[in-house]
Design a protein around this ligand. Structure first.
Ligand code: HEC
Ligand code: HEC
Length: 281
């Protein structure tokens, strides 16, 4: 019996994702001690300090700005100006605070009209905010046209637990069994990704989104699925649908595919690469 290639690659992808999840889960349970971690638990902190800390997370570790702008539609996500007030109207019976917290921990629970569910859970890798950081981020979001009244206790105790359990998830660098160098060759050659995407030092096409920071904002699962089934992952706001070739699962071999994903997972460009857009307003 002939098995269609897409099924083969698809099954292979699932197997790799399985191994990946297994590996992620098998990392010893140690408390994270990353130096850049913000811990406010137990400390006295004024709402102003909290909002300021949250703004820093929004622009820095949270990587929110790669997708969201304030006062301006981002290329990947809605404008968050006024979210402190808008949030109260999103779900009937849900407070602004509860909605904002849900938006961070379970972004797909409510999708803003016109946007696909591409926002990752921000208390998981690769973003991996801890409870204090979530608390501060919520305060910052509330400060935009709302009342800052979030308490640490409003953030579920389980939030950020995955990252804490994994120890330095970002430091422990999970690796796929692919060859990023070979993947870059696929990106530039057979995959023809470069015709539409910039990726760090290579490419310049504005047809598709810049992938230079994709590994900072997206999970391996999303990247893998987007390549095999671009439309199934939803079309990014501001881009025409069905531009991404839907046939990559058939045309790439399993090795090419996994090398390509490994290459994409190296794309963690510094914010400076995109920073000018922020100041351009
Ligand atoms: C990969 C891109 C991406 C990243 C990174 C990202 N978001 Fe989002 N976010 C989205 C998209 C797309 C939506 C709209 C779809 C939805 O509702 O989930 C959204 C929705 C939201 C909403 C709800 C907005 C509304 O008007 O109801 C909030 C709040 C939010 N994001 C906050 C954040 C914060 C804070 C961060 C950083 C810690 C962040 N996001 C990181 C893509 C992203
Ligand atoms: C003909 C142009 C074109 C080609 C070729 C193409 N893409 Fe895309 N890609 C797009 C467009 C347009 C989008 C945004 C619309 C959407 O979501 O489908 C996109 C979206 C993506 C995204 C999601 C980005 C994000 O920020 O969430 C990834 C990942 C991606 N492409 C990877 C690839 C890879 C890897 C290849 C090569 C195997 C490739 N693309 C080939 C046009 C293309």
């Amino acid at each position: 019996m002939r098995v269609p290639l897409i099924v083969k690659v698809g099954t292979f992808a699932l197997a790799v994702m399985g191994v990946y999840a297994y590996y992620a889960n098998s990392i010893p349970q140690i408390q994270s001690t990353l130096p850049e971690e913000l811990s406010l638990e137990g400390g006295n902190v004024t709402p102003e300090q909290l909002v300021k800390a949250g703004e820093g997370i929004f622009k820095g570790k949270g990587t929110c700005e790669i997708c969201h702008r304030i006062g301006q539609k981002g290329t990947r996500a809605p404008d968050l100006a006024g979210i402190g007030a808008t949030a109260a109207k999103r779900k009937p019976g849900m407070s602004a605070k509860a909605y904002i917290i849900e938006s961070l921990l379970d972004p797909r629970a409510y999708l803003v009209e016109g946007y696909p569910g591409i926002m990752p859970k921000v208390d998981r890798p690769p973003i991996g905010l801890n409870r204090s950081e979530l608390w501060a981020t919520v305060a910052f979001l509330q400060s935009m046209a709302g009342t800052v009244d979030v308490k640490l206790d409003d953030i579920p105790k389980t939030a950020g637990a995955v990252v804490a359990a994994e120890g330095a998830a970002q430091g422990a660098e999970l690796k796929l069994p692919g060859d990023p160098k070979a993947g870059q060759v696929v990106f530039m050659g057979k995959g023809a990704c470069i015709a539409c995407h910039k990726a760090g030092a290579i490419g310049a096409s504005p047809i598709g989104p810049d992938l230079s920071q994709i590994a900072k904002i997206q999970t391996p699962e999303y990247i893998m699925a987007k390549i095999l089934d671009p439309a199934g992952m939803g079309t990014m706001a501001g881009y025409p649908p069905n531009m991404m070739p839907p046939t990559l699962g058939q045309t790439l071999t399993a090795k090419e595919y996994i090398d390509l994903v490994s290459f994409l997972l190296t794309l963690k460009g510094e914010a400076a690469a995109q920073a000018p857009a922020a100041s351009k307003q």
